[in-house]
Design a protein around this ligand. Structure first.
Ligand SMILES: C[S@@+](CC[C@H](N)C(=O)[O-])C[C@H]1O[C@@H](n2cnc3c(N)ncnc32)[C@H](O)[C@@H]1O
Length: 297
């Protein structure tokens, strides 16, 4: 939290976007450091979080927008904002949503197979498990969950749903149990639930588009900070930052140099990890990786 604010604020009266508003913890921390003429834009796919936010104590202009951060450029345009000084993406879901059994994200609480960040979208986890074909399911479990038993699990899902469609998180739990020794059960559950969640929310496509939109809207000297929580997500962020920090040199320069500077500079060559103290206060931060870049051109 402190690192994000310290790195992100380059102009105390600038415009800052929290692209994953959640319960507004980072926005509040930013507001505490900003001047009264700064503008804050809070975006979240989950409108219930925006509706429940208590704005008291925030003295800057705060615009809360129900949107996917992949649509950042349209959101800013509709608010007549042309460029911004800092953007934060703190990926994934917030702990309150995870703890709410009715949202279907948690494998230790029975609940409906929902898993939508945005409850106005039609695709749910139940639809994925009941409608996708075996190959598509296997690809999701393998690519988004790195689950070794992906093929066998997908086969079992397709066999089992003809008699009993998937309704509850327990139905998915039972499939995972069939293919996992008790010692590895919890890890397998988190891989499989993560994979289905990524598919339901098109998380990787949204991340790629969101990163691009963020760089497009940053002012020169503005910064983008991204916190990711698993290696697949971090890899997308890392590779995109590498791609945008160096471009292939034009043909006339190729004999002398292979690359030219891109539109960003990477400020964190190694990701920033949480301190032992932060992990103790918030155990979910243990897998967090923070990467920051600055727009140069
Ligand atoms: C880890 S939480 C953010 C917590 C927040 N930084 C705080 O301090 O309370 C991630 C939030 O991002 C939202 N989210 C995830 N992907 C999103 C996307 N593509 N567009 C907009 N919001 C997204 C989720 O709904 C969730 O509320």
């Amino acid at each position: 939290m402190h690192e994000v604010v310290d790195w992100l604020v380059t102009d105390k009266n600038g415009v800052y976007v929290d692209g994953t508003f959640g319960r507004g913890g980072h926005t509040r921390a930013l507001a505490d450091q900003l001047g009264s003429s700064a503008t804050l834009v809070g975006i979240d796919q989950d409108n219930s979080l925006l509706l429940n936010f208590d704005k008291s104590g925030i003295h800057q202009t705060l615009l809360l927008q129900h949107a996917n951060f992949e649509n950042l450029e349209q959101v800013l345009k509709s608010n007549k904002i042309n460029s911004v000084n800092g953007i934060l993406f703190d990926l994934g879901l917030n702990s309150a949503t995870l703890a709410d059994a009715a949202r279907g994200f948690s494998f230790d609480r029975p609940g409906p197979l929902d898993m939508r960040f945005d409850q106005s979208q039609p695709l749910t986890a139940a639809l994925v498990l009941n409608e996708y074909d075996e190959t598509a399911l296997s690809k999701i479990l393998f690519e988004y969950g790195e689950e070794k038993a992906a093929r066998r699990m997908s086969h079992a899902i397709v066999q089992s749903r003809t008699a009993h469609p998937f309704v509850s998180t327990n139905d998915l739990r039972e499939i995972v149990a069939q293919f996992t020794p008790p010692k590895f059960f919890v890890k397998a559950l988190s891989r499989v639930f993560q994979a289905v969640r990524i598919e339901v929310n098109h998380e990787f496509a949204a991340l790629r588009s969101g990163l691009k939109a963020a760089l497009n809207t940053l002012a020169i000297g503005g910064r983008l900070a991204v916190i990711s929580y698993h290696s697949l997500e971090d890899r997308i962020v890392k590779h995109y930052f590498q791609e945008e920090s160096q471009y292939p040199a034009p043909p006339e320069l190729q004999p002398y140099q292979a690359t030219v500077p891109g539109r960003i500079k990477i400020l964190t060559h190694k990701p920033i990890l949480p301190s032992a103290d932060e992990i103790q206060r918030n155990s979910r931060s243990r897998s967090a990786k923070l990467r920051i870049v600055e727009r140069m051109a």
